[in-house]
Design a protein around this ligand. Structure first.
Ligand code: Z2T
Length: 829
């Protein structure tokens, strides 16, 4: 099964692996080798894509020795490994990151110049692997970056989707989705390992039999199988010689086609099985925080989790490892409920395949998993109908039933006679249909359960899982999210990074708390001037990009007000839009002299789930408002609304460093954490925001003089809901709100057609589940404060510098430290 040992191939066949010399000469030589012998072209004939492929392979070859060395070391050291199980990794482009990690940026620039190659064009050739929806997938990418930088043994497990998050375009102001064929021009960062493929079964039936000792055992006879082929990706630490592995699984058919059918001439039928199998990893489900409960999605989940457990147990642990000691060697971190089917899968492996007693297996399993919840929205908690789960994974359903039975016995013992509680806590929901509550299964099996910001973790205890908290209070903990300072500061904002490094040295890149040392410079006029210069340069860079990418002009003299995140009602893009329209309406109606309007560009970036009707209507409305406001001479160009299509990590890296104002305006109690909020603050934007998610912690750290806070607290939201929320009352009582909504409702933005906006307006006036109308007045007040503050450039600069200086806490290195301290290390036996 295992071929020659790593030692044999490494030491005997090739000797120690040497990197090419880290000089411009060495780089040029390696690059030309890659171009000639890898890509098969001469420099003079090469296309930009050839050059990109060769450059990527060159960078790869510099990281290879570290990768082999790290793998070698990990096999020797008997430490616990973090198995990060995530259905999404929103990696962003690899070239820049890997040049940064290997400290080859300058050498590569010079080498390309020497070859007469346009480095910017080559960088632009890379299609980012968009294997995630938004925050959750990007968080996974930040976490594996931090673990590599901290030299923690981690394998990131996930799915190699052939198509990642769709590419968004706008046609007549409406979102159109196009397939993201990110692999089309080649994928130089991945290493397929077909020799490490594993089999995954589905469906079929279970049967009992007596083993040699006469014990009753169960086995599962799947009806069909697919092959999981791992593709490895390098996860380099920041200049520390460590390269961890991301292992993404691709589904393939066991046989290309059925030869008998093929020979009969039914070619379409002959390849049906192949198409069926390959569908499993074909495409990422584009739903951010509202799962669809589709069979293919459950297939994806089981597929990658079964591959990953098999891979770790059979191919990563030493041969003949005693699985009783499994918790000493692995902690599987469940990134939301998507991989929770791993729990019954590990039980099945231990009990059915390895012959463990149930109790023994359960004792092990409960120490091998920890669960991170990323939401509070009830509709986002995954449930799988018993009928579906039983059909696709019959043995797993039996195991879940038994876990539930024994768990409910435990509940009965802890709370005798409390049948209501037992019904509430059951892993199996009875209404509206029998279904497995995956969050409950994860909570029962997990050694720890965590939320992703202080407020979220508290609400998780109090509102989402209160009965579980009552039973196991010590299980619950918080780890506030973070972001990697490598990609989102050092790489995305090289100018600010240089200014910081010139001022306090470069230790901050791996120890972000050191940004505190910038605090005194907030009072230094010269430093503030340089800080503003950086912001202006970033704004100019974004302007150049938007000109080429979207054919729009970014006014350099405007306050740049940015709201970039998935389109969701709870995030309240409509509230931002109401503000925009109110400014415009004020001028249009003569209430506000146009000279009094602070010149401002509002930039939106947002994808809507393709099936989320209201979100798509809101996208339409934003585009419609933009078209009118941008061109109406009455505004004298003082208000611009930009909505570049297809917001992704690549665009984020340009937008965030240019922003002045960061919009974090979700209804309190709805955004679990947010991570964009952290990226903006660390890049010198000020936040206008509610007391939601990690905003609360940002506010605590930066102080209320340097944060534009508005809106209800979470308890106030609850109270208003209890009293009965009537959105139309706000419309009736606030003349500015009324005029704003009436202008939209008049069809002013939609060619005189009020029907085109009625879905959004009816929803706002009659339902408004996220209380945009209730928030409107306070939001406008906060925007007034923004404008007054912005009118004082010195005061504004001071605040932005203090934001940067005080937000070191939001490094994902700190998040990883917290996971290690609170979740991963305590389980160590
Ligand atoms: C997602 O991106 C998030 C939560 C989900 O709940 C699903 C997805 Cl795809 C099931 C986001 C949260 O909305 C956001 O607040 C948080 O910062 C992010 O996960 C990372 O924790």
């Amino acid at each position: 099964r295992r071929g020659p040992s790593f030692e044999a191939t490494h030491e005997l066949a090739t000797g120690p692996v040497a990197s090419p010399p880290a000089t411009v000469d060495g780089f040029v030589r390696e690059f030309l080798d890659q171009l000639n012998f890898g890509q098969g072209v001469k420099l003079s004939q090469s296309t930009i894509n050839d050059q990109y492929m060769a450059l990527a392979r060159t960078v790869r070859s510099y990281l290879m020795a570290s990768w082999l060395e790290t793998g070698h070391r990990r096999r020797k050291e008997e430490t616990k490994v973090v198995g990060y199980l995530s259905a999404e990794y929103l990696l962003g482009r690899q070239l820049g990151n890997n040049l940064l990690a290997s400290d080859l940026q300058d050498i590569a620039d010079q080498a390309m110049e020497r070859c007469g190659i346009d480095m910017a064009a080559v960088r632009g050739q890379e299609v980012e692997p968009g294997l995630g929806n938004g925050g959750l997938g990007r968080l996974a990418a930040c976490f594996v970056d931090s673990l590599a930088t901290m030299d923690v043994a981690c394998i990131g497990y996930g799915i190699r989707y052939e198509y990642g998050i769709f590419r968004q375009t706008f046609v007549d102001h409406r979102q159109v989705e196009e397939p993201d064929s990110w692999l089309r021009l080649g994928s130089p960062w991945e290493f397929p390992h077909p020799e490490r493929a594993v089999q995954v079964g589905f469906a079929g039936h279970t049967e009992t039999y007596a083993d040699e000792q006469g014990r009753e055992r169960t086995r599962w006879a799947p009806a069909w199988q697919v092959r999981g082929v791992p593709y490895h990706y390098m996860v380099p630490g920041f200049r520390n010689g460590v390269v961890n592995t991301l292992r993404l699984w691709s589904a393939e058919a066991n046989q290309a086609f059925d030869l008998q059918t093929f020979n009969r001439g039914d070619y379409a039928q002959a390849s049906r099985a192949e198409i069926f199998a390959e569908n499993i990893s074909k495409v990422l489900y584009p739903d951010d925080s509202t799962p669809q409960g589709k069979e293919l999605r459950l297939q994806q989940q089981y597929f990658f989790v079964a591959c990953s457990l098999r891979d770790f147990i059979e191919n990563t642990l030493p041969r003949d490892f005693d699985l009783h000691r499994l918790p000493e060697r692995i902690i599987f971190q469940l990134n939301d409920t998507h991989p929770v089917i791993a729990v019954p899968e590990l039980m099945r492996i231990l009990v059915d395949e390895k012959g463990f007693d149930w109790d023994e297996a359960w004792g092990i399993t409960r120490r091998c998993f920890a669960y991170t919840c990323h939401t509070l929205l009830p509709e986002a908690l995954e449930v799988w109908p018993v009928e579906l789960l039983g059909r696709l994974l019959p043995r797993h359903l039996e195991i879940i039933y038994r876990i539930n039975e024994e768990f409910l016995l435990e509940v009965r013992e802890a709370f005798p006679g409390d049948e209501g509680r037992i019904r509430r806590m059951s892993i199996i929901a009875e209404q509206p249909q029998r279904a497995v509550r995956m969050a409950y299964l994860a909570t029962v099996a997990g050694a720890k359960v965590n939320g992703v910001a202080e407020l979220h973790s508290q609400l998780l205890r109090d509102d989402v899982l209160p009965d579980f908290n009552a039973m196991w209070p010590d299980k619950f903990t918080n780890v506030t999210n973070g972001i990697t300072p490598r990609r989102f500061l050092r790489l995305a904002n090289r100018k600010l990074s240089s200014l910081i490094t010139d001022t306090i040295g470069d230790g901050w890149v791996t120890d972000l708390d050191r940004l505190r040392e910038l605090e005194p410079y907030a009072n230094d006029p010269e430093f503030r001037r340089r800080f503003r210069e950086v912001k202006a340069a970033n704004k100019a860079r974004l302007g150049d990009l938007l000109q080429v990418r979207d054919g729009v002009e970014l006014r350099q003299d405007h306050l740049l007000d940015v709201m970039v995140k998935r389109l969701h009602e709870y995030k309240r893009q409509t509230l931002k839009l109401l503000h925009v329209v109110s400014v415009y309406e004020g001028v249009l109606s003569g209430r506000t002299p146009v000279e009094q309007v602070t010149p401002r560009t509002v930039l939106f970036g947002a994808k809507a789930a393709p099936g989320y009707h209201m979100a798509k209507e809101i996208i339409y409305l934003i585009n419609a408002v933009a078209a009118k406001v941008n061109t109406d001479p009455v505004m004298d160009g003082r208000l611009q609304v930009l909505f570049p299509a297809n917001y992704n990590v690549t665009l984020a890296e340009k937008v965030i460093p240019a922003a002045d104002l960061s919009e974090q305006i979700s209804l309190a109690g709805k955004e679990a954490s947010g991570t964009g909020n952290m990226k903006f603050a660390l890049n010198g934007a000020l936040t206008i925001g509610t007391l939601d998610g990690a905003n609360v912690e940002i506010l605590d750290l930066v102080g209320e003089d340097h944060f534009f806070l508005f809106g209800m607290t979470e308890p106030e939201v609850e109270q208003l809901l209890q009293r009965g929320y009537v959105p139309s009352a706000y419309y009736d009582q606030d003349p500015v709100l009324k005029a704003t909504i009436d202008l939209i409702g008049s069809g002013h933005f939609t060619g005189g057609d009020p029907g085109a906006v009625s879905a959004v307006l009816d929803n706002l006036l009659n339902h408004d589940p996220f209380m945009a109308l209730a928030g409107f007045h306070a939001y406008l007040g906060a925007q007034d404060r923004v404008e007054r503050a912005y009118a004082d450039p010195e005061g504004w600069s001071r605040s932005t510098i203090l934001n940067v200086a005080r937000c070191g806490f939001f490094s994902s290195d700190r998040s990883m430290r917290d996971y290690l301290d609170r979740i991963w290390a305590p389980g160590q036996a």
